[in-house]
Design a protein around this ligand. Structure first.
Ligand SMILES: *Cc1c(COP(=O)(O)O)cnc(C)c1O
Length: 366
């Protein structure tokens, strides 16, 4: 499917818009929805932009029972004059990798991007303009075949929904406390950790609740085999500045390859910084936090962009429950973290020089 054959049915009842200073994350949805169906005989067909609506699903569909569901997350930004997407082709490339792992069909990445641009331009009036806000786009693909048999889907639904969002963490660039989770794991090598699939999130909630019990906002996930090497921070990738050089866990198969992670690596290299994709032992990180060699730590992801980490908490004795806390940069947001956040946000808004051609123009802003 290469020609853009998308039916557009506009809503007759536009919704009232939430004031931009009242936007949360993923609570308000735009007037429309992009939908497209796949079956083994016809391939992808019936691409359409329709009024936002409930889905009609048979209770037996595979996504609900067996978790055959994958998604993406990217943002449209309004810089006052134009609406942009940030590196959207990376999201469709990743969606296809997730689809392959979950035995879902491949999308035509070029078509998916053109269809996304059309969808965003239909709902362009929903792209907020206040700094820190954006239109969050959520592509979703799932097994919508009727029946309880376990096999790759013969019927699949692809949709994109859009949600105007404010800052992801309402506290702003306030450093997080991360809880080192050494009991539950998010993903194992050979599993689906590199895929953006629903079940990874279901599996992470228990750790998230535990982190909250320890007064932390997110987990620092460790590897599934030795429970020792750092993987991710919540649903974000994680970076460390140690003795003036930058480190992030190497992609092993159980780590989600973030677009923001990739962009951050490039920004750091552009600055002439030394960056390492490495295996990072959590014990070593605690030791280096104590000596001050671990200078800064932050997490990256589309939703939160860059979030500083001010404190690491772990249980050192599981029998007594004794815990240990270390502060990073005195628990404050570091200078490098702040300036990297600002550089990335400016690039996304089209305010910095687009050295790498990361911005894709969608349409004029309203
Ligand atoms: C989406 C996601 C990320 C961040 O990826 P981005 O492409 O930067 O948004 C990191 N970890 C997990 C588990 C994710 O699902």
């Amino acid at each position: 499917m290469t020609n853009l054959n998308v039916r557009v049915e506009l809503t007759q009842n536009p919704k009232a818009k939430t004031p931009e200073d009242k936007l949360g994350f993923g609570t308000v949805f735009t007037d429309h929805l992009f939908l497209m169906d796949w079956d083994a005989e016809q391939g992808w067909h019936d691409a359409r932009v329709v009024p936002y609506q409930n889905l009609q699903l048979d209770p037996s569909v595979g996504a609900l029972h067996y978790g055959q569901a994958i998604f993406e997350g990217l943002k449209a930004y309004n810089n006052g004059g134009k609406v942009y997407l940030f590196r959207p082709e990376k999201n469709f490339e990743r969606l296809n990798k997730s689809a392959d792992r979950l035995s879902l069909p491949q999308l035509d990445e070029k078509f998916a991007l053109e269809a996304l641009k059309l969808f965003v331009s239909v709902d362009r009036s929903w792209v907020p303009t206040t700094p820190g806000t954006s239109l969050y786009l959520r592509p979703l693909m799932f097994n919508s075949e009727v029946g309880l048999g376990v096999h790759p889907a013969k019927k699949v639904t692809y949709l994109v929904m859009a949600s105007p969002v404010g800052a992801y963490f309402t506290a702003g660039l306030k450093p997080m406390r991360l809880f080192v989770e050494d009991e539950y794991v998010r993903a194992a090598v050979g599993g689906v950790g590199f895929a953006k699939t629903a079940g990874n999130y279901a599996a992470s909630l228990k750790g998230q609740l535990k982190a909250e019990e320890f007064g932390c906002q997110q987990c620092l996930w460790l590897d599934a085999k030795e429970h020792r090497y750092v993987e991710e921070g919540g649903a974000m990738n994680v970076f460390f500045k140690i003795n003036g050089e930058y480190y992030t866990p190497a992609l092993t198969g159980s780590i989600l390859p973030g677009v923001t992670r990739d962009s951050m690596l490039q920004l750091l290299r552009d600055r002439g910084e030394k960056v390492h994709e490495a295996r990072l032992d959590v014990n070593d990180l605690f030791a280096k936090a104590k000596t001050g060699e671990l200078e800064e730590m932050f997490c990256t992801g589309t939703a939160a962009v860059v979030t500083p980490v001010g404190t690491l908490v772990r249980v050192v004795n599981h029998e007594t429950g004794e815990k240990e806390e270390v502060a990073i940069n005195g628990g404050e947001t570091g200078e490098a973290t702040k300036s990297l956040y600002e550089e990335l946000v400016n690039l996304q808004l089209g305010l910095g020089e687009d050295r790498h051609g990361w911005l894709v123009e969608v349409c004029d802003a309203e």
